[in-house]
Design a protein around this ligand. Structure first.
Ligand code: GEK
Length: 267
């Protein structure tokens, strides 16, 4: 079985986002050899196999964001309320919450569109936190029948939806949240100032190089994500959250061109 996320490690390593996996067989090497045609990126078996390594080495601040979820929940989540982890991949956000909150603190539904992700998340969550009420569902977050919830986590998922679908999803999440509920939205973002954006992207590529990715891997991955991961600006996110009815939103974290926002539904 794939090595699971170590949530204690995530929380303890709040300031060390890039933690390479010790087992080299799960290292992300998908774009390490020249490809004649770089296919569109998809969340298939190959990606599932190296996903923990890929996301830790590719997303600045990933560990810090996961580490804060439990602390945010402790402040904002009504005891026993329902939580969603949308676009859960292997369930890292769910695991982080389970690692920091006792089993009776919340019930959680983790949802992902990729059957390969869902299968692995089910295995991991059942093995790692059998005492917590966590179910994993295969589904599209655009068409899900949402139940009332106290907290919704959308960790690097909205960016993969077509832009025209994003308003409707955020509006439905606002509707699903109970009064006083919170949405945590983490995304890759684009800076509207061209020069600032270029600086962030260049330093992001430095970050990836420092984490062991070659120039070939960086450029082939970039091509594969073209039109698949489409980032919005922070202003566009805050405007969308306001349009959906959130009374307040703020950017609580930013590391280069990656950010996390929290949006509050009026109590
Ligand atoms: C983490 N949150 O580790 N409905 C449901 N899932 C979707 C949809 C959709 N319409 N579109 C894409 N996904 C995770 C990381 S990864 C981010 C999230 C990344 C899923 C997709 O299958 C993938 O598993 C996830 O969103 C995005 O905290 O890989 O950069």
């Amino acid at each position: 079985m794939q090595p699971a996320y170590d949530t204690r490690n995530i929380v303890a390593n709040l300031h060390f986002p890039a933690c390479p996996m010790s087992d080299a067989s799960y290292r992300d090497a998908i774009f390490s050899t020249p490809l004649d045609r770089v296919a569109r990126f998809s969340f298939d078996e190959q990606v599932v196999a190296c996903f923990p390594d890929m996301i830790r080495r590719s997303v600045p601040g990933y560990g810090q964001i996961l580490g804060m979820l439990g602390l945010i929940a402790q402040r904002h989540l009504r005891h026993g309320a329902h939580v969603y982890d949308l676009g859960c991949s292997l369930g890292a956000a769910s695991l982080a919450l389970a690692g920091q909150l006792p089993p009776d603190a919340f019930r959680l539904t983790a949802v992902d569109l990729s059957p390969a992700m869902v299968a692995r998340a089910r295995e991991t969550l059942a093995a790692e936190c059998p005492g917590h009420a966590i179910e994993v569902a295969e589904g599209d977050i655009r068409t899900l029948d949402y139940r009332p919830s106290g907290m919704i986590v959308l960790n690097f998922t909205l960016q993969f939806l077509p832009r025209e679908d994003r308003d409707a999803v955020i509006a439905r999440l606002h509707e699903a949240l109970e009064p006083g509920g919170v949405l945590v939205l983490s995304e890759k973002v684009v800076d509207l100032d061209e020069q600032d954006n270029a600086w962030r992207v260049e330093r992001y590529h430095d970050f990836k190089r420092a984490n062991g990715y070659s120039d070939l891997e960086i450029s082939q991955k970039r091509n594969a994500l073209e039109n698949v991961l489409v980032p919005d600006s922070l202003d566009a996110h805050h405007d969308r959250l306001a349009r959906a009815g959130f009374s307040r939103s703020l950017t609580w974290f930013q590391y280069l061109n990656f950010a996390s926002l929290i949006a509050f539904k009026e109590a």
